[in-house]
Write a protein that binds this ligand. Structure first.
Ligand SMILES: Cc1cc2nc3c(=O)[nH]c(=O)nc-3n(C[C@H](O)[C@H](O)[C@H](O)COP(=O)(O)OP(=O)(O)OC[C@H]3O[C@@H](n4cnc5c(N)ncnc54)[C@H](O)[C@@H]3O)c2cc1C
Length: 416
């Protein structure tokens, strides 16, 4: 069923009884051309683009729980392409361009809102770094504006500009950045893939990867063996666990990241703001809740929940930036598992095992990458070669020393 104003009218007149399920609940077939492990944003987008752009429709996405139960439904919904390095920037700009046409493309309202992303700076040194970043963005054809302190004050007068430790000097604004309703992204891609013949199989956990003479031939699952021509791993926070089933040890650590939502307030934050001195960021949802987050919890974990010490830490950072936050009631918080790579950048590559392909290392920035990641992983699976924008996102870059160290922090996943 195609969604349109007419279909809403038609279904409304019929008491909303004629809507059909947005995707099927198929039984797994014994064999597929491509099997993707992980029904998160990246796995579903990969299946969608495989079917739509590359004509590969004999595809299954295997999800151990329900689709959207992982990070795609747990993130703080920020999209942007304000990257410095050539290994990252064209890829994230491709993603932002895909976001810009996504709702028309997959015929689903994902509430893409280009309200702007503002990164604040708090010292002369940080201003230099952000100026350099802005220039690099413009050289790549990406929009970037450097705002001085007064321009930021005009837009966000409630920030603490004269904080003794972190005075605000200005900010780097990407106007085309913004937010997208995260679970709608999973649903939109799922529906679009299903419509083109992809089987989305929920409650199907992959428990083993079968190899014959070094060639991957399928997966053991809680619903039996499923054979495949090619196997794509897109398990995000569980990437290391899944790859280990094929004997691979990844340059990835899993950490918890938490997100928070406040009670609904009248609109007062009209863009995404990041606090460059701490690791705090905030936006306001269309329902009025303040959506915010901060640092990783700081220890390795596969649990989808965080600790109280970090709740306090994030709240303190928020109050340092916006003192009036102390009067706001927090409604809920949750955690997700981050696949932190050693240089903070992702991996989209084939592995040394025939038929096994890897999409991982998204850290806490993989939501904005969802469309490009899906498109480029589909390109790799269908054509066997990397898409131009992911040529540096190789698995062996850690062996060769060609890191994409966007933050210049070295091999320390906990600080990326
Ligand atoms: C609190 C928080 C805030 C964030 N904020 C942002 C943000 O503002 N902007 C941004 O760009 N990024 C953000 N991120 C990061 C982003 O959400 C992730 O990088 C991205 O969603 C990861 O890709 P995914 O959607 O495919 O992951 P997931 O949705 O986690 O998908 C992976 C799926 O694999 C499944 N799986 C795992 N193991 C198996 C198995 N053995 N068998 C079958 N299925 C399996 C999981 O159940 C899961 O559904 C945030 C993350 C969190 C947790």
């Amino acid at each position: 069923m195609r969604y349109s104003a007419l279909s809403i009218l038609f279904n409304g007149l019929r008491g909303n009884q004629a809507w059909t399920p947005a995707w099927r609940q198929p039984e797994p077939k014994p064999h597929y051309e491509v099997v993707i492990v992980g029904g998160g944003g990246h796995g579903l987008a990969t299946a969608y683009y495989l079917a739509k752009e590359f004509g590969t429709t004999n595809v299954a996405v295997l999800e151990k729980s329900y689709i959207g139960s992982g990070n795609v439904g747990r993130n703080t919904t920020i999209i942007r392409s304000n990257y410095l390095l050539p290994g990252n920037n064209p890829f994230y700009e491709l993603s932002l361009k895909l976001w810009e046409g996504l709702e028309q493309d997959f015929n689903f309202n994902a509430m893409v809102s280009q309200r702007g992303v503002l990164n604040l700076f708090h010292s002369d040194g940080q201003r230099d770094a952000y100026t350099r970043r802005g220039n690099a963005m413009r050289l790549h054809g990406v929009d970037a504006d450097l705002l001085d302190r007064e321009a930021v004050r005009k837009r966000l007068p409630f920030l603490d500009f004269d904080n003794a430790r972190f005075p605000i000097y200005g900010g780097l604004l990407q106007k085309r950045g913004g937010t997208v309703r995260h679970d709608a992204v999973a649903w939109g891609y799922a529906r679009g893939a299903d419509m083109r013949g992809v089987d989305i199989i929920q409650n199907c956990q992959v428990t083993g990867i079968r190899r014959e003479n070094g060639i991957v031939t399928g997966v053991e699952t809680t619903r039996g063996f499923i054979g495949c021509g090619k196997l794509g791993l897109a398990a995000a926070g569980n990437s290391s666990r899944v790859a280990e089933m094929a004997g691979l040890k990844l340059p990835i650590e899993s950490h918890v990241l938490q997100a928070f939502v406040s009670e609904g307030l009248k609109p007062f934050i009209d863009c995404v703001v990041t606090f460059g001195a701490g690791h705090f960021y905030i936006s306001q949802s269309d329902k009025g809740g303040l959506v915010f987050g901060g640092d990783l919890d700081g220890y390795n974990s596969y649990a989808q929940r965080g600790n109280l010490a970090n709740v306090e830490h994030v709240a303190e950072e928020g109050k340092a930036l916006i003192p009036s936050l102390s009067r706001v009631r927090m409604l809920r918080s949750w955690g997700g598992i981050m696949d932190m790579s050693m240089d903070g950048s992702p991996i989209i590559d084939r592995t040394h095992l025939d038929n096994l392909y890897l999409n991982a290392g998204w850290c806490y920035g993989g939501f904005k990458a969802t469309p490009a990641s899906g498109f480029c992983f589909a390109h790799l699976l269908a054509k066997g070669t990397s898409h131009d924008t992911t040529r540096q996102m190789r698995l062996d870059r850690f062996e060769r020393g060609y890191l994409i160290d966007e933050n210049g922090q070295g091999a320390q996943p906990n600080v990326h």
